[in-house]
Each structure stands twice: as C-alpha cells, then as structure tokens.
Write a new protein. Structure first.
Length: 403
C-alpha cells in the first residue's frame, strides 16, 4: 500500500513540473492514474491556469447571485440609497462650498439636512398629486367599463358584417371565425366583474410593501450623505488613480441618465396633461423609471396610457395620436440624440447584454432588479474596464460588444 501511494505521488509531481520528494522509489505504479504523464509545457500551464481562474470566477458569480437573491431585502435599499446619494451629493457640495475655498461655508451636516428636506418635500408633493389623480380616475371606472362593452359590440358587428360580405356565414351554419353571441356575453360578463378599482388597489397594496424598504433607504442615505464626499471635497482625502477614474465615470452615467429620464418624464406628463388625462403624473413617474430600461422601457411607457385614452370617449382621434406620437418622438430623440451627448460611450452596453442583464437581475430582484439592471451592469463594466487584469478587461469588452 505504501508503494502505491509513493508511485502516485511521483506521477503527480512529474505532471506538475516539480521534483518528487522521494527519489529512491523507482517501481512502476500498480494502479492507474488519472493525471497526465510527462511534464506540462508552458502553453499547457497557461491554459490550465486560465481554466482554473475561469472556474473560480463562475463559482464566485454563482455565490454572489445566491447571496443577492437571499439578501435582497437589505441589498435593494442599500443600492437605491447609494444611487440617491450620487444625486444629492452635488446639492450638498454646492451648499457647503465643498469644491471652492469660500470664506463662509455651511457645515456639511446642515447642508445634508437641507438637501434631505428638499428631497422629502418633493416626494411629498408628488405623492399628493398622484393620490388625487388616482382618486379621480377610480371615480370614472364605470365609464371605462361601459366604453369597453361598446367597443366589443362594435368589434362583433364589424366581424359579422365582414363575414356576410365574404359569404362566410350561410344560414344557420357557423364557422371557426364566427363570434357567437354567447361568447360576446361571456366577455361582457367578465368585464362587469373586472373592477378597475380592485386592480388599482392591488397595485397600491404592492407599493405599500415598499414602506419598510423606504425606511431602510432613508437610514442608509443619511449616513452616506454625512460621510465624506466621493469626489474628495474640501477637507477630505481625494480619490486618485483607478477609483477616481471609475467614480467619475459612474457619476457621469448616473447623473446623465437621471437628467435624460427627467426630461422624458416631463415631456410625457406634459403631453398627457395637455390632452386632459387624469393620471398624467402617474404615467410621468412610470416613464421616468422605465426609461432606465433601454428600448423596452421607452416603448412600455408610451403604450401604458393608451388603453385608458382609447377607452375614454372624450378624446378625439387627434388627441389620441398626440398622446401616442408625442412621447414616442421624445423617447427616440432622448435615446439617439441626447444620450450620446450627455452620457457618451463610457457606459455603453451591447443590446444583447442589456436584455440578458434585465432578465438576470429581474429573476434575482424582481421589478426593482429590472429597473436597476442596466445602471448596475454599466457600473460593473466600468470597474471591470478600469481593473488592471486581462480577464476583467476582456469581460468589459464582452459587455460593451467590442469583443
């Protein structure tokens, strides 16, 4: 038994290009070995090392994904607070004169409280307007249901007339394309039971579950804002090298994306307000968040208010066209014109990578993950591109589509 162990040890050290510990035992091995015989060449060693590194990266990615899924109750508020800190830090720096030597400057703690109060006041005003819009919308739920029944009757009559013109309906015979009265009555009964109010209350109930997350976000945000400025403000140690370059790109991307999303939301809500839509601010807020999802989010934000506008008989054909094409044009302009100017190519991702990131982050963090998928993936690409290692730079090139 000892001789077998010694032989296996000799073959292992020969395969790994290291001398065996025991040179006296020269007996051939009596058991088969799964290790390669002979010395590894330099190329084989390089490939072997890369395979090991890649396997470790895959294992680490799986562990990180599992941790992100099971700790999403903590990580989601933390990530949202981190994003908000990037937005509120410039206001605090201006109030506290962080980047200039002013004779009289406001203490950073007071500047943080003022910026925090401005953010909370803005959210409070938006919440009041949204609540009033939803209340007025639910009051017209019966009108929308009646409008739906009217459109169903029109569709049924149009289908029957077309069948008669084409000779598809002969006497009492029915074809597969024929919509009978029983089916129409079933659809109407379903629409009567379908309560728009219940749908809205369910949506608001889901939003109410985020109250606990909001508390965590506020706690994280307060401590982040009270800490040192990421840009190395006056009296703090500035970042240099890799961290400074990556941090500057992250600032540029997040602020640029927020500015563009704000522009899209303003145009979207303004057009809906002009045509008389009660939920103009609600759809504007949805357009702001959905704009973080490239292509899919913009098209979804444009289509969301259309069923309500089409079902409301007070809107003319011109108003319906304006409500659809106005936000669509603003979204295309912001994507193809403003975004390259404001953000540039510092955080560019390949379209396939964007879709994959949305699906992966959505499976881990749900709807919040889908909204944050592109910003988080762009931040990861920035850090990978600025890390001095060939594997991380290769991964960054794959994410950007240049490889």
């Amino acid at each position: 038994m000892g001789q077998q162990v010694s032989c296996m040890r000799d073959r292992y050290y020969v395969a790994m290009d290291e001398p065996p510990l025991d040179q006296e035992s020269s007996a051939p091995p009596t058991v088969p070995s799964v290790l390669p015989s002979g010395y590894l060449t330099s190329l084989e060693k390089n490939v072997d090392q890369r395979i090991r590194t890649l396997c470790l990266v895959i294992c680490a990615s799986a562990v990180i994904a599992a941790a992100a899924y099971y700790l999403k109750g903590i990580l989601i508020p933390f990530v949202l607070a981190l994003a908000l800190s990037y937005l509120l830090t410039p206001i605090i720096d201006i109030l506290s004169c962080a980047h200039c030597k002013c004779k009289y400057s406001m203490p950073r703690a007071i500047a943080t409280i003022i910026a925090f109060a401005i953010a909370l006041g803005t959210l409070f005003v938006i919440g009041i307007i949204v609540g009033d819009s939803i209340a007025r919308f639910t009051a017209n739920a019966g009108m929308y249901r009646a409008r739906m029944e009217h459109l169903l009757n029109m569709a049924y009559n149009a289908t029957r007339d077309i069948q008669q013109e084409l000779g598809m309906s002969n006497g009492g015979e029915h074809t597969a394309a024929d919509m009978d009265v029983a089916s129409l009555d079933a659809i109407k009964e379903f629409m009567r039971r379908l309560s728009v109010t219940d749908i809205i209350l369910t949506f608001l109930g889901s939003a109410a579950h985020m109250t606990e997350d909001v508390i965590y976000i506020l706690l994280f945000l307060v401590f982040m804002l009270l800490s040192h400025s990421p840009h190395g403000a006056h009296g703090t140690t500035p970042k240099t090298g890799f961290h400074a370059h990556a941090d500057e790109q992250i600032y540029t991307y997040i602020r640029g994306k927020v500015l563009i999303s704000t522009w899209v939301a303003l145009v979207h809500s303004s057009i809906l307000y002009l045509v008389g839509q009660e939920l103009w601010l609600v759809f504007g807020l949805l357009a702001f968040w959905l704009n973080f999802i490239p292509n899919i989010g913009m098209f979804t934000a444009v289509c969301l208010p259309m069923p309500i506008i089409v079902l409301d008989p007070k809107y003319s054909s011109i108003e319906i066209a304006v409500a659809f094409f106005g936000p669509l044009i603003s979204g295309v302009v912001s994507k193809d014109v403003l975004e390259p100017i404001v953000i540039g190519g510092g955080a560019g991702l390949h379209p396939v990578i964007v879709l994959l990131a949305i699906m992966l982050w959505g499976s881990v963090w749900g709807l919040t993950g889908m909204v944050l998928a592109v910003p988080m993936t762009a931040v990861c690409r920035i850090y990978l591109a600025n890390t001095n290692h060939p594997l991380t730079r290769w991964m960054a090139s794959v994410l950007s589509g240049s490889r």
